[in-house]
Design a protein around this ligand. Structure first.
Ligand SMILES: Nc1nc2c(ncn2[C@@H]2O[C@H](COP(=O)(O)OP(=O)(O)OP(=O)(O)O)[C@@H](O)[C@H]2O)c(=O)[nH]1
Length: 379
């Protein structure tokens, strides 16, 4: 049998937002760490002569040699001029100039020829001297200008590209940031929805266990609470109003409802707030309280009956008196599902024994206590 297909997990909004913010951080790191060295490398040219700088220096050597030859003609000056021309030649004779500037080759030849004749001690007349040096100087000047133009064009392009790049980074950061915020908002929204659903479920669950008229627990709540007490020794009292039908008939159902609420408060007071109360339906209540001793059970049952007697709530149509009375059946039991079921039957029987014997009293269930030993019944 093939295993069931695994449910595909989609990343939640929280993860999406965290991923967006991580992407944003990476983008910023890229911008500050990777781009910066590029800019630095481009603008920092210390130690490297550029195409323009070589041409400038070469031209300066040639101009110097021209100045020497025009002013002096002694052999020493000629030698110095020849040396300057050689230096200028060396800086002029590079691949970049030869490949890209047509004037380079013929002017290098002119310099060669001039230097040859200077080497033989022959200083050309001023006209041809000017030709021999001025032409290369002019060529070098053109190269300088062109290289300057080239450099500013490259710089402009680089600045433009950098600006474009920065705009992209800015827009990208903004988009990622906004996406992150949206994802985060979705996460918070979803979280709130889940919270609300949980609160709603808890409210429904609480309502499902509550009697809406009196606000105390209902029959299901009693079962749940008994299960929660697992193994504990408890007392269960079943409490029924005597002649409630007549009360309703005489005073109306709203007054009947009010009596139900008042009795809850009285029963609670009788048991000193130590019992949990439940409405089992109609005019029947239950009380659940911890009870290690049958005497506690008897005194709890008696207290409930006494408290209502003391309250002397008028009952205009009570066949046997003038005030509201209660019948109570009690039992002690161990909080286990089966023991509880038996205890409930025993308490119910005890209650009906009270009813059968004229009401307004209490009895304890035989399964829980040895009636013969304690004889706990009360009028
Ligand atoms: N006002 C009101 N009456 C209710 C409510 N639920 C049940 N009752 C009434 O409670 C009465 C219970 O009547 P019975 O079961 O005959 O009990 P009883 O009249 O108290 O008689 P005994 O228990 O034998 O003393 C009925 O008349 C129901 O209409 C409720 O929520 N509000």
């Amino acid at each position: 049998m093939s295993p069931p297909p695994r449910a595909r997990r989609t990343p939640g909004w929280l993860w999406l937002s965290l991923m967006s913010f991580t992407a944003l951080m990476l983008l910023i790191a890229y911008e500050t760490r990777w781009v910066h060295p590029d800019i630095h490398a481009y603008f920092s040219q210390s130690g490297n002569l550029t195409g323009q700088q070589l041409a400038t220096r070469s031209r300066e050597y040639l101009e110097e040699s021209l100045g020497i030859l025009l002013e002096e003609s002694d052999p020493d000056a000629v030698q110095r001029a020849s040396f300057q021309i050689e230096l200028g030649y060396g800086l002029f004779d590079i691949g970049l100039y030869r490949n890209e500037y047509a004037c380079t080759e013929p002017n290098l030849q002119r310099l060669d020829a001039l230097n040859d004749s200077l080497g033989q001690g022959v200083v050309p007349p001023p006209d041809s001297l000017s030709q021999g040096l001025l032409q290369p100087i002019r060529c070098l000047t053109e190269i300088e200008m062109d290289q300057l133009d080239y450099r500013s064009a490259v710089t402009n392009r680089f600045v433009e590209e950098t600006r474009h790049h920065q705009t992209l980074v800015l827009v990208g950061s903004l988009v990622i940031y906004l996406l992150g915020l949206v994802f985060w908002g979705m996460h918070v929204f979803k979280h709130r929805l889940a919270d609300r659903a949980t609160r709603e479920s808890l409210r429904w669950m609480a309502q499902a266990l509550q009697d809406p008229l009196t606000g105390i627990g209902n029959r299901s709540a009693l079962h749940d609470d008994v299960l929660a007490e697992k193994g504990g020794t408890m007392a269960l009292l079943l409490i029924d109003i005597d002649y409630f039908k007549q009360y309703n008939d005489a005073l109306g159902h709203p007054d009947g409802d009010q009596l139900l609420r008042e009795l809850v408060a009285l029963i609670d007071r009788a048991l000193s707030g130590k019992a949990r109360l439940y409405r089992m339906g109609g005019d029947e209540f239950a009380a659940l309280l911890p009870c290690d001793d049958p005497r506690t059970l008897a005194s709890a049952a008696a207290s409930v009956v006494e408290e209502v007697r003391r309250a002397a709530l008028p009952h205009p149509d009570h066949p046997a008196g003038t005030h509201v009375t209660l019948s109570v059946g009690g039992v002690q039991f161990t909080a286990e599902p089966e023991a509880f079921a038996a205890a409930y039957v025993a308490a119910d029987r005890a209650l009906y024994r009270v009813k059968a014997q004229g009401r307004d009293g209490w009895q304890l269930g035989a399964t829980a206590v040895e009636e013969s030993r304690y004889g706990f019944t009360g009028k």
